[in-house]
Design a protein. Sequence first.
Length: 279
Amino acid sequence: MSDDFVPLTWADLTGCPRPEPQAAIAYGDDPWQRVDLWLPDGPGPFPTVLMVHGGCWTTGIADRTLTNWVADDLRRDGFAVWNIDYRGVDRPGGGYPGTFQDVAAAADALRGYAPKYGLDLRRVVAIGHSAGGHLALWLAGRRRLPQDSVLWCATPLPIAHVVACGALADLEAVAASPDKGCGTDVVGDLVGDASTGRDVYADTSVPRLLPIGVRHDLVYGREDRIVPYRLATDYADRAGAEAVLHTVPDTGHVELVTPGTPAWTVTKRLIAAAFAPRA
């Protein structure tokens, strides 16, 4: 870290004029069961990015509008962005299984709207930030859930690639990390207690689903004060060859979803590469 490094704050991002999506879509009756769709100019079909916001799985901390700036940046580069929201642990029905059911339903709803909006679903790339990075990876791996799981789905939307930025992928490690920026109780709020006798981590924590069978790029800021860097290296070691860790120096947590930063430049390059024709 350079001596003069000062991390961005959320006010540095949210103080900029906020762009607005081209369409808003409900996938359920709850006010938080919503998707914002960002569409490039032209008729399509558009390569489609599925975006999941962070905020410690807590709606009161963040919702999908926190990623409006990067969603618009991708839209300007020719990508459609399916930017999903979900009930956090602080909302009725949030936690387990509701938060996960929402994320799954929002992803699967993409199929029904693709023809109307010219969305190309042959290769969907998911991107998530922080808690949203965990959820994006979980979406890619949920096809490995056992059939007795309440979260099991016979035909989940296929995710071809994930770019996870500052992801809190390993819920068990996060729960045991008091130095993370989400506090000490949030994972317990997310997965609930063990009174049912079910090992909920087996349904929800990404390492329990490994190998997920999907290539994923992990983008982390070396000076991230919300997600300790050891969570990045430990998960990357567990994921093995299907994950690649990209460490961005002089970068904190906010920089990961702020247009124009080195971290976001890395993420955009990885997204574009994920859509490139396979050899």
